[in-house]
Design a protein around this ligand. Structure first.
Ligand SMILES: Cc1ncc(COP(=O)(O)O)c(C=O)c1O
Length: 379
């Protein structure tokens, strides 16, 4: 359900994620320009990295992405149910039982095992159609894919299946976020070598793709026929060395409304464990957002929030649904907006800042925001 800011208030949601579709469109257009002749796949797995589907998927398509990428069949079916008709790639083979669903929703599945390819071919045959597949090649990350040295045999077996169309071959880079890493070159060389062998065996590959956001930004020679952009589309940086490399705008903000303000005396403790003691009497606000909203408990006593454009630190432990902030003498009223992620006046809390604070990556900061936090689309 798409909620307006008024709906959010009326329904009593104390915390919400504001998703700026104008920024998302801008980022896709920027990435399209960088990708040149290559097509752009919008990677929208993980509920569009927490930004929300189907709205983000549809916005990316409007802005110039030609395909979408998800991790799981259920994610693709959610998009189909919402009326999205573009090609949707599923990055991992699902359990065999899902092969008929892949066929009936006309998904483009990754294949890398003979057994799944056979199940998919059988399901396509039963439906009187042909399933488009992209063969995933493991060029060194060792997550999923046909091991590079086994590709010719695997392709022989897969291409012998009667109801599959091998439309493409692809791989995934393990360290593209580190500029000039020699392993990226090694993976690309191996990919070229394997693709050459497949093509020499008589299979025409219409799509070859290996670039993620980092490679899209730093390695034009990786673009091939299509780039698969996730994190950069959301205005997040794929790695610390890549910050500011392109004109990308953060898409998601996390905001909450103060639900209580009280005066607390000097030396009093705050939250579980009483881990924060007020140095002097001050105003303590309660922010109705906790770790069940994706606001990491590691931000206890460490994270900053913005109130009236000023930074304040989380005071004591983040609870499941709330945390407290000693705002000192600042005059804050119940119902005022606190920005936990995003901009207020001239300052901005970035996903990168939060990630550094808790020892993770920006991807996780947005992707873990659960469904109880409504997404509000603006722009
Ligand atoms: C197979 C695949 N391709 C592309 C991407 C997009 O990566 P990024 O978000 O770094 O652009 C991902 C995300 O992890 C992925 O798993």
């Amino acid at each position: 359900m798409v909620l307006s800011p008024e709906d959010v208030r009326r329904r009593g949601h104390p915390v919400w994620a504001e998703v700026d579709l104008g920024a998302l469109r801008h980022n896709i257009q920027t990435l399209r320009a960088i990708a040149g002749a290559a097509e752009v796949m919008g990677v929208v797995k993980g509920y569009a990295y927490g930004h929300g589907n189907p709205v983000c998927a549809a916005t990316m398509l409007e802005a110039g992405a030609s395909r979408l990428g998800v991790a799981r069949v259920a994610e693709a079916l959610h998009l189909r149910d919402a009326g999205i008709t573009s090609p949707i790639h599923v990055f991992t083979e699902p359990p065999y039982e899902a092969a008929p669903a892949v066929v009936s929703a006309d998904l483009v599945s990754a294949v890398y095992t003979r057994d799944f390819a056979a199940a998919l071919s059988e399901a396509a045959g039963a439906a009187g159609t042909v399933a488009r597949v992209h063969v995933k090649i493991d060029t060194g990350m060792h997550r999923v894919g046909v091991p590079a040295e086994e590709v010719l045999q695997a392709i022989g077996e897969i291409s012998a299946l009667p109801h599959l169309d091998i439309e493409g071959a692809w791989s995934h880079l393990a360290v593209a976020d580190v500029p000039d890493h020699p392993f990226t070159r090694k993976q690309m060389d191996l990919f070229d070598d394997v693709v050459g062998k497949i093509e020499r065996s008589g299979i025409e590959l219409r799509y070859k793709h290996i670039a993620n956001s980092a490679a899209t930004l730093t390695l034009p020679e990786s673009h091939r026929d299509m780039v698969r952009v996730g994190v950069a589309a959301y205005g997040l940086w794929p790695g610390s060395a890549l910050r500011g490399m392109a004109d990308l705008r953060p898409v998601l903000s996390l905001k909450a409304r103060v639900n209580m303000v009280k005066s607390v005396g000097a030396g009093e403790g705050v939250s579980y464990g009483l881990g924060y003691q007020l140095p002097k009497e001050g105003s303590v606000i309660t922010v109705p957002c906790g770790y069940a909203d994706g606001y990491d408990r590691g931000l206890s006593g460490r994270g900053d929030v913005l109130v009236h454009g000023r930074r304040f630190k989380v005071s004591g432990a983040v609870c499941m649904d709330q945390f407290m902030v000693d705002v000192g003498d600042e005059d804050v009223a119940t119902g005022e907006v606190v920005t936990l992620l995003g901009a207020d006046a001239d300052d901005r809390i970035t996903a990168e800042e939060i990630a550094e604070n808790i020892g993770t990556i920006n991807y996780e900061v947005t992707a873990r925001i659960p469904s109880r936090v409504p997404r509000v689309y603006v722009g």
